[in-house]
Design a protein around this ligand. Structure first.
Ligand code: IPM
Ligand code: MG
Length: 370
């Protein structure tokens, strides 16, 4: 039986609760022989800071390197607002992305038919939506240098972040987008701000050249990032794969999440470079939602984004696409049965708790596996 090493990093806030629901599924799959999962659990974010004054320990990063995949919950919370900037909870997440060079972040936004009513947009605009945002994750303004706050001679301060991209960074994320498009709707929309940014101009040129050279069979369009934000809420079904930089991808994927009904529905996968020998990529799977301190510990969180992220791990890193299908089908069945956590419950619908939703998905998996 295939055996896999998973590192679980639940993190802070609702990250801990939603990870608990994935553990139930891991245990079931191991017990029934679908696969054997060896798991290690470690700290990240505020929890890691409290334990050892670092947003993630070197040991945890080492475990991440050794694992077949990392499952990540969420980080952050107001109680860590005043910790040193370099050790703020988000620094743990950014270090993992950078150290494992996970440059490609896949954020699918799928609107389950049963949830079309939960979106703040009209039913016909979102029903059946299936788009994939491919966000560059290890470059751009998140990591560019200089990144600093300096004091000027006149005593004023100046904050600086640097948006920077090189040809190879744009090419490799472009390839991920084009390859994905070939397996989906065969269309890529590349997005930047070439009208005001040099890095955007280069982005546009590199994607255009790559398309001409290697992917002419795929339909390519370019759209300025502000216009794309508008089109996402106007008529999102025009898109198939969207490829964009780190910062625009961060914003646009939050927008896209509301098209699916709730931020609690959106999974994501972060992938590194393919190993020259094995072809394997370092990878991490996390819900797009954050730690949601306002609802943490109350059993209100929706575990579906976390469970969906686990399904992506089964598919993209572990080669268990049947098991991934099973989990995704189970999620759809549970939603069709009308069960809702608070974030996706319409008016007058009784919401169930985080663990009740996790149990319902597990039961649906058990039923489908029979
Ligand atoms: C995300 C989050 C992170 C980001 C934060 C927590 C640093 O918003 O994954 O979208 O900005 O990348
Ligand atoms: Mg974000």
């Amino acid at each position: 039986m295939a055996s896999f090493n998973l590192l679980l990093l639940p993190g802070d806030g609702i990250g801990v609760e939603v990870m608990g629901e994935v553990k139930k599924i891991l245990d079931f799959m191991t017990k029934t022989g679908m696969a054997r999962f060896e798991t290690e659990t470690d700290l990240v974010g505020g929890a890691a800071y409290d334990a050892h004054k670092k947003a993630i320990s070197d040991d945890a990063v080492k475990l991440a390197h050794q694992s077949d995949a990392v499952l990540f919950g969420a980080v952050g919370g107001p109680q860590w607002d005043s910790v040193p900037y370099d050790q703020r909870p988000e620094a743990g997440l950014l270090r993992l992305r950078k150290d494992l060079e996970m440059f490609a972040n896949l954020r699918p936004a799928i609107c389950y038919p049963a949830l079309a009513a939960a979106s703040s947009l009209k039913h016909e605009i979102v029903e059946g939506l299936d788009i994939m945002i491919v966000r560059e994750l290890t470059g751009g303004v998140y990591f560019g240098e200089p990144k600093e706050i300096v004091t000027l001679e006149n005593g004023e301060k100046r904050g600086v972040d640097t948006q920077v991209y090189t040809t190879h960074e744009i090419e490799r994320i472009g390839r991920v987008a084009f390859e994905l498009a070939r397996k989906r709707g065969n269309k890529v929309t590349s997005s930047e701000k070439r009208n005001v940014m040099k890095s955007g101009l280069l982005w546009n040129q590199v994607i255009t050249d790559l398309h001409k050279r290697e992917y002419a069979d795929v339909v390519l369009e370019h759209m300025l990032a502000d216009a794309l934000g508008m089109q996402l809420v106007r008529w999102p079904k025009q898109f198939d794969v969207i490829v964009t930089d780190n910062l625009f991808g961060d914003m646009l994927s939050d927008v896209a999440s509301m098209l699916t009904g709730s931020l609690g529905m959106l999974p994501s996968a972060s992938m590194g470079i393919a190993d020259a020998k094995t072809g394997k990529r370092k990878s991490m799977y996390e819900p797009v939602h954050g730690s949601a301190p306002d609802i943490a510990g109350k059993g209100l969180a929706n575990p579906i984004a976390m469970i969906g992220s686990f399904a992506m791990a089964l598919r993209y890193s572990l080669g268990l696409s049947d098991a991934a299908d099973l989990v995704e089908k189970a999620i759809a069945d549970v939603l069709n049965s009308g069960l809702r956590t608070k974030d996706i419950a319409g008016p007058g619908v009784n919401a169930i708790s985080t663990s009740e939703m996790g149990d319902a998905v597990l039961q649906a998996i058990q039923k489908l596996a029979r």
